[in-house]
Write a new protein. Sequence first.
Length: 175
Amino acid sequence: MSIGQNLKKIRSQRNLTQGQLADNAKLSLNQISRIERGSAKPELDTIKKLSIALYCSSDELIFDDHEFISSDELRILFNAVEDLSDDKKEMIQDFIEAMIMKSDVEKWVNKTTKKEESKALRAIIQSEYAPGPCKACGAEMKERELNALEVNKNIEAVYQCTKCEQKNIFTSKKP
Ligand SMILES: [Zn+2]
């Protein structure tokens, strides 16, 4: 598809006549008509005016659908931001930075909370679940590393006899 065909398509989607688009874009009706017919190649400045008037990105006018990388609304909004005043741009930048920072903080808080929870749980395990000597042989019980299967089963701690196969398993009540 040519720029002309793209322009016609997008203009129709916006329910605009050539005359209305010409008014909105501050271009002449003749210019719009010639671009759509393919008898005129628009200048960069004209493409810019058209994309602003049509609320589309210049990519949508220039590229064919299959060449068009992503016409997501966010990117179109970013194009619109370009035309805002500097202090508004700064506000938007601050806002985006704050959102990114907020999400980083949330990730950090979640991580820390999980760590704190598991620390608290370990304290409970150690205070209320202090394994005595092995019930089978009387030897010392020692905590050992959990394997993946045990972690999946919400097992929090495993105490294993240092002499025999006896195990004491602590499972959390969390689902
Ligand atoms: Zn034992």
